[in-house]
Design a protein around this ligand. Structure first.
Ligand SMILES: Cc1cc2nc3c(=O)[nH]c(=O)nc-3n(C[C@H](O)[C@H](O)[C@H](O)COP(=O)(O)OP(=O)(O)OC[C@H]3O[C@@H](n4cnc5c(N)ncnc54)[C@H](O)[C@@H]3O)c2cc1C
Length: 417
């Protein structure tokens, strides 16, 4: 069966839904293809930094989340080798309103808040893209045929790949395969029957080759993470969440403070996940082909990064706003230009590529230093730890964070005619 569509977004995660909402706000209608039967809320929670709130405000959905989730102003990091603790202040962007700060939000709430903005049937579930073919029409505009696993072919004027770290669209464009950072993360949601009593701040612990912590989402639920550079969990992953949790609490984190262990032991096992941390080489994003004709990528499909400065999802939200604005501007200013799609998408990639390449590099470096050079045996580990304990949290991270907290602008003008 062959269908025709104007704009098709492949993937219904944060990037895909935010892009559909952004396009709707500037007057375009898009169809979202999602391979699963429903929205996926895996990953439990994520930190949304001020740049994400600027984007969510531009998308008109920030108010749905700001009432439920409070702003965090403090992170406490304890070095388990020395016992020393350092406090880091998480500043707010007061100049753009009191509601712009750091909040930790359940993924399912973010996805729902975005999905509710879309007209019914925008998201087409159980629709997996399996291959792409592009053809140039007589007027030199391009059309792209998307082949789905149920045999359907959709011919689209614009294709936006929001299909995550293993993106088929990025592969088709020729972007490099994401690399394994050699580190991995286990994470989950813990639920207490009554008030857990922890202060609302980021609680973080540093061990050799380990960075772990927990963050209260409300008075009963906490999100926890355990980043490590060993592969020991990999063997347990194929077994069960119980095995992963047991390996963490009984072995890898057995000497961690009781607070962390108490939280981890309260994990709702249905939320527990494990993932190797992958990233795309930054210069491949900056200099590679993230757009070809009427096809581009966004979110993890364009710039997979390690989660060390919590920017993967935040920058996907920024992508959505910038992409919709570029397409809208290109459409408005080029009434008779058959190339407006190509020009709009090129403008989007040009605006995003250096910023996201910087975020990938900043995330990787920050993770590497925080996990103390990834490995106790390496000659540089003690130097890295020395730098981390004296300078990273005091001077480097606050500056990095300030650079990261950019306002991507709004979508109020121009709007597609
Ligand atoms: C441990 C960890 C902690 C993190 N913490 C943070 C944080 O605090 N803050 C932050 O901003 N980010 C964080 N991130 C990163 C963040 O989770 C990702 O950057 C974000 O989820 C990317 O969203 P996405 O929509 O681009 O990709 P995804 O969420 O992967 O969505 C891709 C979607 O595409 C669908 N799909 C894939 N292939 C196809 C296909 N062929 N056809 C149809 N559909 C397809 C998938 O089913 C999926 O729904 C963290 C990541 C990890 C692993």
């Amino acid at each position: 069966m062959v269908e025709n569509a104007e704009i098709v977004i492949v993937g219904g995660g944060i990037a895909g839904l935010a892009t559909a909402v952004a396009l709707k706000r500037v007057g375009f209608q898009a169809q979202v293809l999602e391979r699963h039967q429903e929205l996926r809320a895996g990953g439990t929670a994520l930190g949304l930094f001020p740049n994400a709130w600027f984007a969510l405000r531009a998308l008109g959905v920030d108010h749905k989340l700001t009432n439920t989730y409070q702003i965090f102003t403090k992170a406490l990091t304890t070095n388990l080798e020395t016992g020393a603790s350092q406090e880091m202040v998480l500043p707010m962007k007061k100049d753009r309103g009191d509601d712009i700060g750091v909040r930790y939000v359940k993924r399912e709430d973010l996805l729902k808040a975005l999905a509710e903005e879309l007209p019914p049937d925008t998201i087409r579930f159980s629709s997996k893209l399996i291959s792409i073919k592009s053809e140039t029409l007589e007027d030199s505009s391009k059309i792209t045929a998307l082949h789905l696993d149920d045999g359907t072919i959709i011919k689209a004027k614009v294709v936006i790949g929001c299909d995550g770290v293993h993106s088929a669209v990025a592969q088709w464009l020729g972007l490099s395969q994401p690399l394994n950072s050699g580190r991995s993360a286990a994470y989950g949601l813990s639920v207490f029957p009554e008030d857990h009593g922890f202060e609302m701040m980021v609680w973080q612990y540093l061990g050799v080759g380990i960075r772990a912590g927990f963050i209260p989402l409300n008075s009963r639920e906490l999100y926890w993470f355990f980043l490590h550079d060993s592969s020991s969990l990999e063997q347990d992953v194929s077994r069960s969440p119980e095995m992963i949790l047991k390996e963490i609490t009984d072995n890898l984190a057995k000497n961690f403070p009781s607070d962390f262990l108490t939280v981890a032991k309260r994990t709702d096992l249905s939320t527990l996940a494990w993932a190797p941390l992958r990233f795309r080489i930054p210069w491949n994003v900056a200099l590679g082909r993230a757009q070809d004709g009427n096809v581009t990528v966004s979110g993890d499909a364009m710039h997979p990064m390690t989660p060390d400065i919590g920017q993967g999802g935040c920058s996907a939200l920024e992508d959505a706003v910038v992409l919709a604005r570029c397409l809208s501007q290109s459409h408005t200013s080029a009434a008779n230009d058959k190339q407006w799609v190509q020009k709009g998408l090129k403008r989007y990639v040009d605006e995003r590529k250096w910023r996201v390449a910087g975020l990938i590099a900043g995330s990787w470096l920050s993770g590497w230093v925080q996990q103390s050079g990834c490995g106790a045996q390496k000659w540089w580990s003690s130097a890295t730890r020395w730098f981390r304990d004296r300078y990273l949290y005091k001077f480097v991270l606050p500056r990095l964070v300030d650079w990261v907290w950019k306002d991507c602008g709004d979508l109020s003008f121009p709007v597609k005619q």
